[in-house]
Design a protein around this ligand. Structure first.
Ligand SMILES: [Zn+2]
Length: 421
């Protein structure tokens, strides 16, 4: 999708956010499902719905038309025919932090409020969205999949959460049954913006207040299953064993070496689970299962690693005289952010005197889904100690406010320059 920019309409006032109001709203939202310094707000739970109703009311106060749709997405629209979408999510992981998702949504609220206060002028307005169930209580990124038309409702509504509750029943219990489903339309919605905490240690470690996301990294995961033979661990000579465990260890070391040597600087990988069967010190393992995943912003590198997983698993199985089955269990394509928006966010940071760093996102976000449909840009702010998905998650008020200024300035630039259609 191309973005068309026209002559700058400098008569449109700059969006000037109110830092104290932003921080107050963030703290108020954190009261819904508060657990000590953290928050427990699982998607579509009563407290998640209360937070969504609260947000819809704030969006209405800001002068937007707000609704909660059939999967729990909260949407606030300004009266413009074309609207820049700003979104993230207000659900959390179990015992999560107060900023993950929530911060990006409150940025959207504050930017929209400031925009409307300044007159809401120009042909391009705003649409603020809090997506439902980003954190995979029922179905990962449920809200953004629905919003972009990617959701297979038949399949997903039959999914259950950790308590065994059907999504269809949760939607009904939340009072959402029969409601319409809000939809993205690239003609109406030229751009999607999301701000988020980094959820990692890089910005803080480098002393940089702002990250400009260039891409959200892709993922591949495999289950590598070696099948040998159980034998007595004392009586069977080493050369005569068909040791599935030894094959697994050999494979684990060699695939990590390959990723270290042949991946990119941004490649990360993980051996997340090892299972040896039968799993006793006196039995040669008959079967060995290894869960391995790799992530990178570049599809070609993921392809290269995938090829290596396949060739290496058969090489190693031949060496150890075992059989092997390597199965791909997950594949998520990397999502590139739009270069023009990456540039605009960088300029906005410069305008605020803030050093910004271009970086990939190692975590998935709703932006990843939206990027398949419209040009997308993402702003990161530092996470203290890199902590996230935990009650310890935090960022400094200064960093939170700086990020909001940069997002607001990016929106100002876009409302002034996006071509009228
Ligand atoms: Zn998040």
């Amino acid at each position: 999708v191309t973005l068309e920019f026209g002559a700058s309409r400098n008569n449109i006032p700059a969006i000037s956010i109110h830092p104290e109001r932003l921080l107050d709203d963030l703290r108020t939202l954190a009261e819904f499902g508060k657990t000590g310094p953290g928050v427990n707000r699982r998607a579509l739970s009563p407290v998640d719905m209360q937070a969504r109703e609260w947000l819809a009311d704030r969006l209405r106060e800001a002068g937007l038309v707000a609704e909660i749709d059939g999967v729990g997405n909260v949407i606030g629209r300004s009266p413009h025919a074309r609207r820049i979408v700003i979104g993230s999510h207000t659900d959390t992981v179990p015992d999560g932090g107060w900023l993950d998702g929530a911060m990006g949504v409150i940025y959207g609220l504050e930017v929209a409020r400031a925009f409307m206060e300044a007159g809401g002028n120009g042909p391009v307005g705003l649409e603020i969205v809090s997506f439902s169930d980003e954190e995979a209580c029922f179905s990962p990124m449920l809200g953004s999949h629905s919003y972009t038309g990617e959701l297979n409702r038949e399949v997903e509504f039959a999914r259950r959460n950790e308590n065994g509750t059907l999504l269809a029943d949760a939607v009904r219990a939340a009072g959402l049954a029969g409601r319409a489903f809000a939809r993205l339309d690239p003609l109406t919605h030229p751009v999607y913006l999301e701000a988020h905490i980094e959820q990692g240690p890089v910005l803080e470690a480098r002393g940089i207040p702002l990250g400009v996301v260039t891409s959200i990294i892709g993922l591949r995961a495999w289950l590598v299953h070696f099948i040998g033979q159980a034998d007595h661990a004392g009586t069977t000579p080493m050369a005569m064993r068909r040791d599935a465990g030894a094959a697994l260890c050999d494979f684990a070391v060699r695939i990590a070496d390959f990723c270290r040597g042949m991946g990119s600087e941004q490649t990360v990988w993980n051996g997340g689970n090892i299972r040896l069967i039968p799993g006793a010190h006196n039995v040669v393992p008959a079967r060995a299962q290894y869960t391995f995943s790799a992530r990178d912003p570049d599809m070609e590198i993921l392809d290269r690693i995938e090829q290596r997983v396949m060739t290496l698993s058969s090489t190693v199985s031949a060496v150890h005289n075992v059989k092997v089955e390597a199965t791909k269990t997950s594949s998520i394509a990397p999502a590139a952010m739009h270069p023009a928006i990456v540039h605009m966010i960088g300029e906005a940071a410069k305008g605020r005197g803030l050093t910004a760093m271009e970086m990939p996102s190692g975590a998935a976000h709703d932006a990843m889904v939206l990027a398949r449909h419209v040009p997308v840009g993402m702003v990161f702010i530092p996470s203290i100690g890199g902590r996230s998905h935990d009650v310890a998650e935090d960022s400094t008020p200064e960093d939170i406010v700086n990020g909001a200024h940069v997002l607001a300035d990016t929106v100002t630039a876009l409302t002034r320059s996006l071509q009228q259609v």
